[in-house]
Design a protein around this ligand. Structure first.
Ligand SMILES: Cc1cc2nc3c(=O)[nH]c(=O)nc-3n(C[C@H](O)[C@H](O)[C@H](O)COP(=O)(O)O)c2cc1C
Length: 317
C-alpha cells in the first residue's frame, strides 16, 4: 500500500482545514504544515503559532512543522523552541517556495543555486540538534542541474527524507512537471524521496507509481483540495475495491464543508472566512464540475450569508 501525505499549502492546509479533512476522509497519515519563518531565540514566540499547537491538531495524524529561512543559528534556535514547547522532533525545511519576495531574500527556492548555504543549515541542524530534518525542494530555481548538485551535497547528511516537486522555481506552478529531471533526482539521491506534484486523480497516481516505483511516499496538494476523498479512492483502487458512488461522496462532501465552515467561523470573522473559502472554491469547483461562469458568480458575492447559502446549496444539490 502506498503512503500518502498532505502537502503544505500556505494559508490553506492550516489546522482547521486539516482536521476537517481528516475527520471526513481517510488515507492521509502525515501532514507537513505550511511554512513558518525561523527566528533568533530572542524574537521567538512559537506559542502564538496556532498551527503547531498540540491541542489544535488531531492526535492520530502526524504533523511535521515546516520552516523557512536560511540562517543556521536561527534554524537551530527555532527547532529547539518548537521541541521545548510542543515536543516536535521532526522538522521539514522549505527550499522550494517560488514566491518572488522569498526567492529574492535567498529563502525557499531562492536557496537552490547556493548549495553551500543549504549545506550550512543542514550541517548545523544535524550536528547541533538530535532532531530529524527533511528538505522540500524543487528541481531547481533556474535549471534542473541545481537539484543534482544539491542532492549530492545532501547525501552527506542523515536526512529524514527529501520531498521533490518537479518544477523549476521560475515556472511557479505553470507548465508540466519535468519527469525526466525528477528521474535524475531519484538517481542522484540516497535519501527516501516523497513525490509532490499534480496528482489530481487515481489514474495520475497509477501512472506515476508505474514510472517511479522507488518513490517512498506521495504528497497530495491541490488534487486533494479538489477532491478530499482522493487518498482513500487511490487506496481503494490499489486494493482493487470499487470506488464509492459520486452521490455518496457528495453527501460526505456536504458534511465536510459544513464542518469546515463551522471550524473556520470558530476562529475567524465572517469576512476572513469568506476570503479563505473563496480561495478553496477555486479547487472545490472541480469536485462539483462548476463552469468558469458559475465559479465567478460565487466569487463575486460579497455578503457572507448569501455566500454561505449559495455554497451549501451547491454541496447539497
Ligand atoms: C497556494 C499554494 C501554497 C503552497 N504553500 C506551500 C508551503 O507553504 N510550503 C511548501 O513546501 N510548498 C507549498 N506549496 C507547494 C505544494 O506543497 C506542492 O508541492 C505543489 O503545489 C505541487 O503539488 P500539488 O500539485 O499536489 O499541489 C504551495 C502550493 C500552492 C499552490
Amino acid at each position: 500500500m502506498s503512503d500518502f501525505w498532505l502537502a503544505p499549502l500556505h494559508g490553506i492546509t492550516v489546522y482547521t482545514f486539516r482536521n476537517c479533512l481528516f475527520r471526513h476522509a481517510h488515507g492521509i497519515k502525515t501532514a507537513v504544515t505550511p511554512f513558518f519563518p525561523i527566528q533568533e531565540k530572542t524574537k521567538l514566540n512559537v506559542r502564538k503559532h496556532a498551527d503547531f499547537r498540540i491541542e489544535n491538531n488531531l492526535s492520530d495524524i502526524e504533523i511535521i512543522p515546516q520552516l523557512i529561512g536560511s540562517n543556521p543559528d536561527h534554524f537551530v534556535d527555532t527547532v529547539n523552541a518548537l521541541n521545548a514547547e510542543f515536543g516536535y522532533t521532526r522538522f521539514n525545511w522549505n527550499v522550494g517556495c517560488p514566491m518572488k519576495q522569498i526567492v529574492r531574500k535567498r529563502r525557499g527556492c531562492g536557496l537552490m543555486p547556493y548549495p553551500q548555504m543549504v549545506d550550512d543549515v543542514v550541517n548545523a541542524v544535524t550536528s547541533k540538534t538530535p532532531f530529524s530534518l527533511s528538505v522540500k525542494m524543487r528541481i531547481g530555481l533556474n535549471s534542473p542541474s541545481e537539484s543534482i548538485v544539491l542532492l549530492d551535497r545532501l547525501n552527506a547528511y542523515p536526512l529524514d527524507f527529501v520531498v521533490i516537486h518537479p518544477r523549476l522555481g521560475v515556472q511557479q506552478y505553470d507548465g508540466l512537471p519535468d519527469m525526466k529531471a525528477f528521474s535524475e533526482c531519484l538517481n542522484a539521491t540516497r535519501h527516501k524521496v516523497i513525490y509532490s506534484g499534480d496528482i489530481q486523480s487515481v489514474d495520475d497516481f497509477i501512472g506515476l507509481k508505474k514510472l517511479f516505483p522507488q518513490v517512498w511516499a506521495w504528497m497530495l496538494g491541490r488534487g486533494i483540495l479538489a477532491n478530499p476523498f482522493l487518498a482513500e479512492q487511490i487506496e481503494r483502487a490499489e486494493a482493487v475495491l470499487p470506488l464509492q458512488p459520486l452521490s455518496e461522496l457528495k453527501e460526505r462532501f456536504a458534511a465536510f464543508y459544513a464542518d469546515l465552515l463551522d471550524s473556520m467561523l470558530a476562529v475567524c470573522g465572517e469576512h476572513r472566512v469568506m476570503a479563505n473559502m473563496k480561495e478553496l472554491w477555486h479547487y472545490f469547483a472541480r469536485f462539483f464540475s462548476l463552469s468558469a461562469g458559475e465559479l465567478q458568480n460565487l466569487l463575486r458575492i460579497t455578503d457572507f450569508k448569501e455566500f454561505e447559502d449559495k455554497t451549501k446549496q451547491i454541496c447539497e444539490k
